[in-house]
Design a protein around this ligand. Structure first.
Ligand SMILES: [Zn+2]
Length: 334
């Protein structure tokens, strides 16, 4: 009987799971198990011996049963502990970084320019990207066959409809709707057949228009100089005579090069100045086209938002704005 106890004790040491324990239990306590064999041997014994033998078998049986129950408990506790360890949350691990979006530099530049003009009392108006030839050219004093049309390589949809080449048709739309005085800027997308490192076939402009009585070129100079200083900081501003069909007189505006501070560099073609916008007094033909009374006049201006953003943020390739590379865009998340 001792050898069975010993055999059992050796065997139970090796048990690692409930399934093995079940097999062990069957091996010792089952119908064809080791203890059943012992009971069978009992039949061959004398009566006196039988009593003692039976008592010992029962003792062994209880011992085996209790040991198996204890082992069962041990195994299930081990499993529980293991799964708790595996599912445990390590509160010392660093958390996952939250990704914050950024305002696109073009949108950011539009917002900054809008803020400046709103602070001066300008409204913000929006036009249409698909526009009539009439509003994009004719009513802005650019009739068909006018040489200025060559300056703007246009995407036509049909003979009368096109993708606007500038934000200036918004001037016509607003003046047709509203009686003077008017004072607004209008940001938006424009389209031209042009593509290189400083030109994109789609780009953004801001148009500005101020119409009232007794407006002079000095008003234009004052507003635009103040705007440029508010946007770029304290830079020299100069006005150069130029030509646009919808303004007379017309001017282009330069600021002192913000890269070389006027010393001369590649960006400013060693002139010390950068051209940033076009402007002028609204041509009388344009005001006549929208039936504004004679006593009203004013000024208009237009600027390229990409150019402003490139200069302010030191970006040298216009394509970066439209490639949606998050590494580039992330730099503007402040
Ligand atoms: Zn320069």
């Amino acid at each position: 009987m001792h050898y069975i106890k010993k055999e059992f004790e050796e065997a139970i040491k090796e048990i690692a799971n409930q399934e093995e324990l079940k097999q062990l239990k069957a091996k010792f306590l089952g119908k064809k198990g080791r203890l059943t064999e012992l009971f069978k041997q009992m039949a061959n014994l004398e009566n006196e011996q039988k009593k003692e033998f039976g008592k010992n078998i029962n003792k062994l049986k209880s011992y085996i049963e209790e040991t198996i129950i204890a082992k069962q408990k041990e195994i299930s506790e081990f499993i529980k502990k293991k799964s708790l360890e595996e599912e445990a949350i390590d509160i010392t691990l660093p958390s996952r970084r939250k990704e914050f979006g950024a305002v696109h530099p073009i949108t950011k530049t539009i917002m900054e320019i809008e803020d400046i003009f709103r602070s001066m009392g300008f409204d913000v108006e929006f036009g249409y990207e698909i526009e009539y030839d009439l509003y994009n050219f004719e009513m802005l004093n650019i009739p068909k066959e006018h040489p200025a049309r060559d300056m703007q390589d246009t995407f036509y949809i049909n003979d009368n409809v096109l993708l606007r080449t500038h934000t200036s048709p918004t001037q016509i739309r607003v003046m047709k709707e509203k009686k003077p005085p008017v004072m607004f800027i209008s940001p938006g997308k424009v389209y031209r057949r042009d593509s290189d490192i400083t030109h994109s076939p789609m780009f953004h402009q801001i148009e500005g228009l101020l119409i009232d009585k007794d407006i002079h070129f000095s008003d234009l100079k004052g507003v635009l100089s103040e705007f440029l200083r508010m946007f770029f900081g304290d830079v020299p501003v100069r006005f150069r005579p130029s030509y646009f069909p919808f303004t007379e007189p017309s001017a282009e505006v330069d600021i002192g090069c913000i890269i070389c501070k006027g010393e001369g560099c590649r960006v400013c073609s060693h002139t010390g100045f950068l051209e940033v916008l076009g402007c002028g007094m609204v041509h009388p033909n344009v005001l006549r086209n929208v039936n504004y009374p004679e006593e009203y006049n004013g000024f208009a201006f237009g600027l390229g938002i990409e150019r402003f953003a490139m200069l302010k943020y030191g970006i040298d390739n216009i394509k970066l704005f439209f490639e949606n590379d998050t590494r580039f865009l992330k730099q503007f998340s402040f």
